[in-house]
Ligand binder design. Structure first.
Ligand code: RIB
Length: 307
C-alpha cells in the first residue's frame, strides 16, 4: 500500500521551559536541540513506521538543514525523490517551546516549503499519481494541496487533509478530500461558531454531522484527552482516548493522521482505523520530539490488544 505525503519539512529548534513566556517576558530554557519535524515529514515517518510504503513530496532549501532532513527520511526508508530543492530560500524551521505540562507553542518560518516554483509544482503532479492514500496539511502553498487533491481523487485515491495549522480562508479542500482531521481549534473555520466546547460531546456530535452534510469530506475531530469524534455511516461516534501522561504534545496530531492513513489504506473499518490512530497518538505524546517520537507497528499493535 502506497501513501504519498505532500507537505512540509522543517528543522525543529526545540527548548524545554517550566512555563512558556508571556508577551514581553524572557524565560530560561532548560534544554535545546535540533530535531527533524514539519507536519508533512512527521506524518510520513508515522506512516512508514506503521508499515506503509511512503513517498514524501515537498521542498527544502539548499542548506545543511535541508540535507539533514532528507537524510533522516532516507534512513527511515521513505522515498524523497519528489522533494525538490529551492535555491532561493532556506529550509523551513520551527521554533518550539515545550513547557513542563507537555503543552507547546510553535513559530514556524516556512522558507522553502512555501517557495512556489515550476519544479516544485511538477514534482507534485508526478508524484501524486499511483498513491492509494494522499496526506495533506496546511504548511505548503494551499493551491498545491488543491491540485494534488483533485488529481488524487480523479485517480480514486483516498485524500486525508489535516487542516493544521488553522487557516480561516481555505475551506474548498473540504469539498474535495475524503476525510479531514481537525482538532477542536482547527474545526472553527468549518462551522458558524467562534469556538467548540469540547466538554459537551453532544454539541461536537452535532458539529460533526453538520460538517458531514455540508462538505464531501467526513470529519474526524481530535479532542486530545477527550478522544475523537467521527461520523461512521451517518452516525456520530466517540472513540475515547488512552489515558496517558503527556510529556510533549508536539506532532501528536501528525502521529494520528499518519496512522489513520495506514489504517484506511490497509482496509480497516473507520472505527478500527480511528482506534489504531488514537493509540499511535497516545504513544507519541509520551515522548519528546516530532519524528523521533513516532511509534512502530509493534508498539501500536501490542497496545491495541488491551485498549
Ligand atoms: O505538528 C508538529 C510540527 O509543526 C513540528 O514538527 C513543526 O515543524 C511544525 O511544523
Amino acid at each position: 500500500m502506497e501513501i504519498a505525503v505532500l507537505g512540509s519539512l522543517n528543522m525543529d529548534l526545540v527548548t524545554n521551559v517550566p512555563t512558556l513566556p508571556k508577551i514581553g517576558e524572557t524565560v530560561a530554557g532548560s534544554s535545546f536541540e535540533n530535531t527533524p519535524g514539519g507536519k508533512g515529514a512527521n506524518q510520513a515517518v508515522a506512516a512508514k513506521r506503521l508499515g506503509a510504503s511512503v513517498s514524501m513530496i515537498g521542498q527544502v532549501g539548499d542548506d545543511i538543514y535541508g540535507m539533514e532532513l532528507l537524510n533522516y527520511l532516507r534512513a527511515e526508508g521513505i522515498s524523497v525523490e519528489n522533494v525538490s530543492i529551492s535555491h532561493s530560500t532556506h529550509t523551513g524551521v520551527a521554533l518550539i517551546g515545550v513547557e513542563d505540562s507537555g503543552l507547546n507553542s510553535i513559530i514556524a518560518v516556512y522558507g522553502a516549503n512555501m517557495d512556489e516554483s515550476a519544479a516544485y509544482e511538477e514534482s507534485i503532479r508526478q508524484a501524486v499519481v499511483g498513491a492509494d492514500v494522499l496526506l495533506l496539511q496546511n504548511e505548503i502553498p494551499y493551491r498545491y494541496n488543491v491540485i494534488a487533491a483533485e488529481m488524487a481523487r480523479k485517480n480514486n485515491s483516498v485524500v486525508i487533509w489535516d487542516p493544521a495549522p488553522v487557516r480561516g480562508d481555505a475551506l474548498d479542500l473540504a469539498y474535495i478530500a475524503t476525510f479531514i482531521t481537525p482538532n477542536e481549534h482547527e474545526i472553527v473555520p468549518f462551522i458558524d461558531e467562534s469556538e467548540v466546547i469540547v466538554d459537551d460531546i453532544q454539541s461536537v456530535f452535532d458539529i460533526s454531522l453538520r460538517i458531514n452534510e455540508t462538505f464531501s469530506a467526513s470529519p474526524i475531530i481530535t479532542l486530545g484527552e477527550k478522544g475523537v469524534v467521527f461520523v461512521d455511516e451517518g452516525v456520530p461516534l466517540l472513540q475515547r482516548a488512552r489515558s496517558v501522561v503527556s510529556v510533549d504534545s508536539v506532532a501528536a496530531g501528525d502521529a494520528f493522521s499518519g496512522a489513520l492513513a495506514v489504517g484506511i489504506g490497509e482496509g480497516m473499518t473507520l472505527p478500527e482505523a480511528v482506534r489504531f490512530a488514537c493509540v499511535a497518538g497516545s504513544i507519541c505524546v509520551q515522548r519528546r520530539g516530532a519524528q523521533v517520537s513516532m511509534p512502530t507497528r509493534e508498539e501500536v499493535d501490542s497496545l491495541l490488544l488491551g485498549f
